[in-house]
Write a new protein. Structure first.
Lengths: 232, 542
């Protein structure tokens, strides 16, 4: 018993030493991005969570997709951002190579990054008999309609409540209402589809829609999920 | 006005006194005639007639002897006469064209310590030019260069000489010096020393001019005397420009010429003129002239007045309009530093603007890059183009978010609405606040191009895991917005004690390179133990 304790203590010290050794000045040992005091004259390796890299990769590529984020209650795993131009396919391969808990799946032109063993994502398997959204102005608007479907609402005890945490956008100070009208309207319909399939249908119909789903269950008795489209 | 007397025939050896009464009567009717001249023609053989003209001043009683000169053969066409204008002395010099063709001459006054330059003067056949030197001095009459005679200058020398033309001039001259108080009446008609030559032309000024602007040249005519000493007169010269698309000439003032730059390139202007010179052939002073050509180069440099925009995001392509002048002939653009290439849209360019796309590599050197334009083989001034590196996000004072921070919103079964008025969530309960930022470069200037920004979260504490970083592509000129929210669908709401703390950071992706911003926003949001809903942000930029 005592030997086991000493062994664990030693292992912890070694791990801590490795983390400290690998942390460059001005960065935390978690490796998550910290601001540089001056603009980068030399490439600064930036490490961010896998989900963030995936979202950034899809949005900069203009490709529709979605991610089922691996459940984590601590700081998520990070990986370095690629600083070289490469194809979307190569970037996706890099992402899953760095973080093997994810796998890339393609469904009719939509790229999904799925956490392996996503049994903790009950919402996505819910079947919706009829989903139809006409002339919606944004993917978020279509998502709101999907979440209002009776099949989804009735399963809230299993999925938990949706947590909305905000996000980025843009605003035209000279013409405050202009940003709303930038997105063109679109139709989307999916019958007898799962929520995941419907999300992909919305992403595909919008053209560049990217959704992020995350199941949050960090305290006993409290479970939530977040589900957002990160594009207009 | 002229008065012609009746012809008189003289027998050999005869002497006659001419009756000038008709002339005197005509003069008496005119109060404006200060002087008159008399010409006597001889139809007899050369050398068969001599004569004299005597003047009488009724007011002073003085009598003046005025010699009558035979113009004689065409020789040096020059003169050098003494003059006095001190006291009641006065001097009137005259030059007469006794040839059959129009002629020109130049004249100068030399006096102790200076020169007075009359500049070229044209004379019709038979015309006389008179110079009342006292009037010139006392009337403060400027010379060809704008100078005047000193107020007390007493005496000097009057010089004149031929001005070459397509044909040989035939001029004579004299100076009459008079003083009533001292009873002096003298007439001089001496020749100048042999060896004068001229004119030549001298240009002072910058012959390199920017397109759309002009440079001023001082143009002088230079005459040199027998001793080699030269005088330079302001004079107006000009001529055709070889390439009138590149430059033109314009008159500014006597002796001052404008070179107008029109388009980048090299050209010249020219004119033909006669150059005359005297030489001693061993017996007499002879005169000769040549037709020569004067040429002067003009170099026109293109000019950049502005670059718009003058800044551009690293790793992007920027459509730049270069405004200026002189871009007409084979324009090209050079960009200093490393990492910027360009494409010129010739179809949308002209002499006054170039339509250029700057392709800024993601590894381009940050900061200023000197931009020049070459056209017609000439290089413009340079103007800086600034490569912007995303460096920080600062609060943007926009509608709905004063100083970048919107009001705290606490919906209960209400909507979450962004700064555009767009509903992001309906039937929500909890707390949120809108924020707005502008992206700045390393010099603190706004980046106005489209950019892609991603948020990152660190140092998270709270009941959930950190949010997933969002990526947004912000269109040109717009503000980045961020909603910081903790809401649930009503009737569920944020329980007391649910507080999240984390640091929000950003990086901008441009040209496959990522640029972290130095700005860190510390967020604290949720509902505290006392039940107060809050979203607080502390924005720090090192």
């Amino acid at each position: 018993m005592k030997a086991k304790l000493i062994y664990r203590l030693a292992l912890a010290l070694v791990l801590a030493g490795l983390l400290l050794w690998s942390a460059p000045p001005g960065r935390t040992a978690t490796g998550v991005v910290q601001a540089a005091a001056r603009p980068a004259q030399e490439p600064v390796p930036i490490k961010v969570p896998t989900a963030t890299i995936f979202v950034q990769t899809l949005i900069t590529a203009g490709a529709p997709g979605g991610i089922v984020v691996a459940p984590a209650c601590a700081e998520p795993a990070v990986q370095p951002l690629s600083s070289h131009a490469s194809s979307l396919e190569d970037r996706l391969k890099e992402i899953v190579t760095f973080d093997p808990q994810y796998t890339v799946e393609r469904r009719a032109g939509v790229v999904n990054l799925i956490a392996r063993g996503r049994q903790s994502a009950p919402l996505l398997d819910i079947k919706v008999a009829h989903f139809e959204a006409k002339r919606v102005g944004s993917a978020a608007e279509a998502l709101a309609m999907l979440l209002a479907a009776p099949e989804v609402k009735s399963r809230q005890p299993q999925t938990g409540a949706r947590l909305f945490r905000g996000g980025l956008g843009y605003f035209d100070p000279a013409n405050p209402t202009a940003a709303q009208s930038r997105s063109s309207r679109f139709d989307v319909a999916c019958h007898n589809c799962s929520v995941l399939e419907t999300l992909n249908a919305i992403a595909r119909a919008q053209g560049q829609g990217v959704w992020v789903y995350k199941q949050i269950k960090c305290k006993p008795g409290q479970h939530y999920y977040s589900l957002d489209f990160l594009t207009p | 006005m002229s008065v012609e007397l009746a012809p008189v025939t003289l027998a050999p050896g005869a002497v006659v006194e001419l009756d000038l009464d008709p002339l005197m009567a005509a003069v008496a009717a005119r109060a404006d005639l200060a002087t008159v001249s008399v010409q006597i023609g001889n139809s007899g053989p050369a050398g068969s007639l001599i004569g004299a003209l005597t003047g009488h001043a009724p007011r002073t009683g003085a009598t003046y002897d005025v010699p009558l000169r035979d113009p004689g053969p065409n020789r040096s066409n020059s003169g050098a006469y003494p003059w006095r204008i001190d006291g009641d002395y006065q001097t009137v010099a005259s030059v007469t064209n006794v040839g059959d063709e129009p002629a020109r001459f130049i004249a100068e006054l030399y006096y102790p310590g200076g020169k007075y330059l009359f500049g070229p003067r044209a004379l019709a056949a038979g015309e006389t030019a008179l110079f009342d030197l006292k009037q010139l001095r006392d009337g403060r009459v400027p010379d060809a260069n704008g100078d005047v005679l000193p107020e007390n200058v007493p005496s000097g020398q009057f010089r004149w000489r031929w001005f070459p033309n397509g044909h040989a001039p035939h001029l004579i001259g004299r100076a009459a010096v008079q003083s009533a108080t001292e009873g002096v009446s003298a007439s001089y008609s001496c020749m100048a020393n042999c060896g004068a030559n001229g004119p030549s032309y001298q240009i002072d000024g910058n012959n390199v001019v920017f397109a759309g602007s002009y440079e001023v040249l001082n143009t002088k005519e230079v005459w040199c005397g027998a001793t080699g000493a030269c005088s330079a007169y302001n004079t107006n010269i000009g001529g055709p420009v070889d390439n009138r698309d590149i430059a033109s000439l314009g008159y500014l003032a006597n002796g001052w010429l404008k070179q107008n730059g029109l388009a980048g390139g090299d050209t010249f202007w020219w004119f033909d003129y006669w150059y005359g010179y005297e030489f001693d052939d061993g017996f007499d002073c002879r005169y000769a002239q040549d037709l020569v050509q004067f040429t002067a180069p003009i170099t026109v440099r293109p000019r950049i007045n502005s670059l718009s925009p003058a800044r551009g995001l690293i790793g992007s392509s920027v459509h730049v309009i270069i405004q200026g002048s002189g871009f007409q002939f084979n324009p090209d653009v050079q960009i200093g530093g490393s990492g910027i290439t360009k494409t010129i849209n010739i179809g949308n360019s002209n002499n006054f603007q170039l339509d250029v796309t700057f392709n800024i590599d993601s590894n381009a050197s940050p900061g200023n890059h000197a931009v020049t334009v070459t056209a017609g083989g000439q290089t413009s001034n340079n103007m800086n183009f600034f490569v912007q590196v995303p460096s920080q996000a600062v609060p943007a004072d926009v509608q709905g978010a004063q100083n970048g921070v919107g009001p705290l919103q606490t919906p209960v079964n209400g909507d979450v609405v962004d700064l555009n008025g767009q509903v992001k969530g309906t039937g929500q309960c909890g707390v949120y606040r809108n924020y707005a930022y502008y992206l700045l470069d390393q010099a603190g200037q706004r980046i106005l191009q489209a950019y892609t920004v991603t948020e990152t979260f660190t140092s998270y504490t709270g009941p959930f895991s950190p949010p997933t970083g969002n990526t947004s592509t912000v269109p040109p000129g717009l503000a980045l917005t961020d909603i910081q929210s903790v809401t649930f669908p009503s009737p569920q709401c944020v329980p007391a004690g649910l507080i999240e703390n984390f640091d929000l950071g950003f990086f901008v992706t441009s040209g496959a390179r990522n640029f972290p911003l130095s700005t860190i926003v510390h967020i604290r949001r949720g509902r505290n133990i006392a039940g107060t809903l809050l979203v607080d942000a502390t924005i720090t930029t090192p």
